[in-house]
Design a protein around this ligand. Structure first.
Ligand code: FES
Length: 120
């Protein structure tokens, strides 16, 4: 079971358990379930409203997370949070190349992470 800590300058930090391994639960699903006020719009990876910053709790490595899907790559590119070189490297490393993620697209894995919101 993973510990997901949501942190925001506007709200009290909240740490919740995530049932990892289902390969369906997103950061946004988890936030909604626990009444954490992450902004969202389309919930399909198109609008970028749910942009968050994700890091490992120990800060020593990039979080694994789920891989960026095509919609997330497009949205993060449009928002200027990922470069072409980082996208190419992602396919070599097989891990997300950036801490910027869309909460509606990032699937929770079995790792403790820190989710910062709002991201702007
Ligand atoms: Fe639109 Fe996540 S809510 S990209």
């Amino acid at each position: 079971m993973a510990l997901i800590t949501f942190t925001s300058p506007m709200h009290k930090d909240k740490t919740v358990y995530a049932v990892a391994g289902s390969h369906t639960q997103t950061i946004l699903d988890l936030a909604k379930e626990h009444h954490i006020p992450i902004d969202f719009g389309c919930q399909e990876g198109n609008c970028g409203t749910c942009l968050v910053k994700v890091s490992s709790v120990d800060g020593k490595r990039r979080p694994m997370g789920g891989p960026l899907n095509v919609r997330e790559v497009a949205a993060l590119t449009e928002l200027g949070h990922i470069t072409k070189a980082e996208i190419e490297q992602m396919y070599v490393d097989d891990i997300p190349p950036t801490q910027w993620r869309l909460a509606c697209q990032m699937i929770v894995r079995d790792e403790d992470i820190l989710v910062e919101y709002p991201s702007k």
